[in-house]
Design a binder for this molecule. Sequence first.
Ligand code: NOJ
Length: 744
Amino acid sequence: MRLIFYFSFVFLLQNISFAQNNAKIEALLAKMTLDEKIGQLNQVPGDISTGTDVKVDNILVQIREGKIGSLLSHTNFDNKIIMQQVAVKETRLGIPLIFGFDVIHGYKTIFPIPLAQAASWNLKLIENIEQVSAMEAAADGQNWTFSPMVDVTRDPRWGRAMEGAGEDPYLGSLIAAARVRGTQGRSLSDPTTLAACVKHYAGYGFIEAGRDYNTVDMSEQRLREIVLPPFKAAAKADAATFMNAFNTLNGTPASMNKHLITDILRGEWNWKGMIVSDWNSFGETIVHGAAADDEDASAKCLNAGSDMDMAGGTFQRGLKKALENGKVTQAQIDEAVRRVLRLKFELGLFDDPYKYLNKERHKTNIEKKEYRTLARTAVAESMVLLKNNNDVLPIKPTTTKKKILIVGPYADSRGNKDYMSFWTLGLGMRDYDSTKVVTPAQGLKPALEAMGYEVKVAQLGKNGTYDVFAQKDAYEASAGVDLIIACVGEQGMNCGESRSVADIHLPGNQEEMLKTLKTRNVPVVMVLFNSRPLVFNWASENIDAIVVAWQPGFETGNGLADLLTGKTNFTGRLPITFPRNLGQVPLYYNHLSTGRPQTKFGTLWTSGYLDSETTPAYPFGFGLSYSPVDYSEIRAERSTIGNDETFVANITVTNNGKMAVDEIVQCYIRDLSADIARPVKELKSFLRVHLEPGDSKPLQFNISPEDRSYWNQDLKFKCDPGQMTLFIGSSSEKVKKMEFNVVK
Ligand code: NOJ
């Protein structure tokens, strides 16, 4: 009762403040000239560039003239104060600026990349990371982050796979909402939170051939079922803003795609926020060949429902002409300006334009010790154990001074944003302080020495060029050791936007290095630093233990040491499929059956390859731990239910190992007789269960009518009677299953 009262009260306050803001917005709008309005829709880059060349002459003069409503990618704190002073004190109406920034996996304290965070399947952890990231960025004068990136993708070639939550729309939706919650907190006007920007709307993860900015073409059914759910979840979580995608979707550039913006986002979902273009994506409609010039591009983007122009200056050059020539109306421009002003009001910038430029918070809220602690936990929860032959891991204490070698291009690397990504802009572009990263060697060496080992470190190769080190170096370094930890993978700077690859094998001659090390006939542990699924079949067959470490950020070495020494158990699970061959891409767990599914390699007349298995190297949801967990058979009181009823299933999980573990129990369904063909498995739910050694816990999963619904032939979202399969297990492949019937 009290809670209901509390929420009603909060709701009432929100409504009052919404109405008050509306009145203020209208009063302001009535005073604004057309040029001032167009100025509010213009966002320009600050002191770092995150895209194609854009020349901005004398920003202060432009701010003074009311031509700039927002800046992005500005790092310098004191300059932001100066700019805000000019906007507030030296322009006719004193409208404050809003500062946007890409805070992707931390601002000053760098966390694991978003794809790695997704591997934790830990929503609370992800929310906390966003909260800390927002706190640091807000303390540095940022108001708005271009995050979360919620693009579902099935393509490891795409450099931006690292920014998302992987291939599954359900997991992706939960993570999208958690990120919005973490970023925005309870109130946008809280100066320790940021406004979120959900991107890239929409379809960007499905670019052809994984080549950045390329074409996207897909059925409405796939769009609604796979691509849109995380966007919808973020909109529902009240994300303040959205960003257009660069790509065309079914021929129409996303920035001028009325179906996406006006029909679905603002129409069906009734979302009220502001939409910013991507970097010059209004202007790029001309390059796509979908608009004739700035005037045409401006008209088409505004007509579709987009509001603010990032970096391109297209609105500055073309919107006035579009109005004069009757291609847009004054009311449409006013509506876009209203949305921008509303955001500024909601952030509290009109009450206090320097709210986020507080010198005290700037000193105290950045790089706190507890942020590091959270980062270390995040590293340990995001790494995934793929193989562990003969229990090589965890490494056990020794009394005989055994020797361990930590070796490879990522053993103790400095530079190239190794263990991080291009998207660590809060650190600066290239001149960041690399000593803030705890490298694998720095974390592992003391931890292993404390367990009685003699530890040797051999950092091979420089500046990410793997071919410069001779195999001889690896061979010599490994003489006389008892265990080898080989740190391989990708350069940090090679992860992120515009960093797609056409070959997803381990880069350079790293596999050769592994082969050389293996000739020593001692156990080899491979630790992979990667931003995407890579292909490493030789290692899968020959290396004793394999850890997917992703790009883990500042606490790399400490989190890794916690796991390899068994201080912490592995819980991470792959949020994206790892293929055996690039030729299998796109390869994803929730595919359709085809009329001729292949069950055995080499069977002609089935859907397969002559030269490769169709199955993945490692499937979605997969990850080992140090404690084997057993799953009972699935039990259900009723195996037949009505179409409007929920199916209830039970299973018991038991920890048969010697260490406590957090098991991620996954629940999938298959609709065997729907109106259209349905995926062979769809993730519908998962539970994270803590199990002490010997613990057995009963779990319940509920499959509601909504869980069983899909977009049918008439593009209606509904469920229907028929036979279904329920799967519960530790990955998308290792499952127990049970059939159930849905009747009218
Ligand atoms: C382009 C990227 O696609 C987008 O994700 C980012 O937020 C902007 N540049 C700003 O840096």
